[in-house]
Design a protein around this ligand. Sequence first.
Ligand code: PXL
Length: 264
Amino acid sequence: MKRVMSIATSDSGAGAGIQADLKAFLRCGVYGTNAIVATTAQSTVGVTEIYAFPPQVAVEQIETVVSDIGADAVKTGMLFNAGIISAIAGTIDRFRLPNVVVDPVMIAESGAVLLQPDAVDTYKNELFPLATVITPNINEAFALLGEKPDEDLVKDCAVTLYSLGPKAVIITGGHTASGADLLYDGKKFTGIEGPVYKKDTTHGAGCTHSSALACFLALGFDIEEAAHRARVVASEAVLYGLDEIGAGAGPVHALGRILEGVGG
Ligand code: PXL
């Protein structure tokens, strides 16, 4: 079985973060491992607290897991501060980890700040150059460049992000009019179309997408095919999302289609 590691933050409500990543890994048929860099006290309503671990805590989890289990791909999610990002980049580089998907999580749907502002440069200088794919949403893509989101300039934005060193950029479309993801691999732009479900159960959609992308790269698909497949997994997780869980935006349900008719 292929092995994929999530390097990210815990969501106690289990809709996003490490918990969403592990559910997506199961959905995609890989063995998931994790390094927890920080933890949130969080529900469907919002984030009440964030506690970041010292960077070495994450480094030791990666070293321990990789030297036994190994990894065919890794995804990074919420990394919260510059010290953690820098330590993760150094460890990914030291172990030459393959198929690195970087989801530069910055702000939760609820508005909570999930990345300290002074950490943006560390992403750009240290982690993006090691990435196979980076997967910002449109708000994150422009925020990384210190700009306001503008759907007319999204291709320029992708080109600028590509120049920072990843092999490809996917600007996810969940927050745009068309809903398509935009893939740029340094040569061409590809629109990754997929169904857009008018549902509020989007908490964890970005995490599910980047995790699924890492899985499909681990499974040997090229970036474009992996992007199409990840889009399907993320859209389905929203479609099957769980309105009945909590009072806020319900969590996605990555296993919804597979579990249809079972239990519940
Ligand atoms: O969806 C981005 C995200 C990632 N990681 C954690 C989160 C969130 C959004 O709320 O809480 C832990």
